[in-house]
Design a protein around this ligand. Structure first.
Ligand code: HEC
Length: 186
């Protein structure tokens, strides 16, 4: 059956997003990640961003390009701890390593930012994945030693708030040049 073979091929292609020609798929493929377990609410009233929670994709679609800003600071230990948990629950570690230091996929902790290091770009990259991001006019500015497509994790991460917490955890692990934390200027 040609049709069935085609479907199988498509499945094989889409499910084998892997970096660095690794033989084995990520230890925790995002699709198989169970619903996140309870995340300790970090000072909910004070820290919650204004407005209703939205999915990351809906939030990115609704916001003007360049306007997304992380409401959390990475010296907020409770938010970093919650983000750390979510990072594992959503399977980011399967590709980027437990502390974001890289694994099969690029590190998130150095000063090489593939599309830019500002909050808005990182949020959109994770929400859309690298292919949709590029289709929206973003282009690769740099490359790490591992190059591959970043999947659309905005289909997996439940809310914009979860994604901001994850990105806060990522920021807390940064150890590149201080002036490049949010992208190098010039
Ligand atoms: C299937 C593997 C995979 C998973 C799972 C994954 N990523 Fe990625 N990620 C990538 C790849 C590959 C890139 C590089 C994209 C490119 O070069 O276009 C990337 C890039 C990034 C970058 C930009 C890094 C830089 O140096 O500019 C961030 C931030 C990021 N991912 C965060 C996350 C977060 C947060 C999660 C979990 C919600 C996640 N990723 C899950 C593969 C993955």
């Amino acid at each position: 059956m040609l049709k069935r073979t085609l479907i199988l091929c498509v499945l094989a292609l889409t499910s084998s997003v892997s970096c660095a020609q690794q033989q084995s798929p990520p230890a925790t493929p995002p699709a198989a990640v169970a619903a996140p377990t309870e995340v300790p609410a970090a000072a909910p009233a004070a820290a919650a961003p204004a407005g209703e929670a939205m999915t990351p994709v809906a939030r990115a679609d609704a916001a003007a390009q360049g306007s997304l800003k992380n409401p959390y600071k990475d010296d907020d230990a409770a938010v970093v701890a919650a983000g750390n948990k979510l990072y594992f629950n959503y399977g980011c570690n399967g590709c980027h390593g437990g502390n974001g230091g890289g694994g099969m996929c690029p590190p998130l902790t150095n000063d090489t930012w593939v599309y830019g290091g500002d909050d808005d770009t990182l949020f959109r990259l994770v929400a859309y994945g690298s292919q949709i991001l590029q289709s929206k006019g973003y282009s690769r500015k740099a490359q790490e030693n591992v190059v591959g497509p970043m999947p659309q994790m905005g289909q997996v991460v439940k809310t914009d708030d979860d994604l901001w917490r994850i990105l806060t955890f990522v920021r807390s692990n940064y150890h590149g040049a201080p002036e490049c934390k949010f992208g190098c200027k010039g």
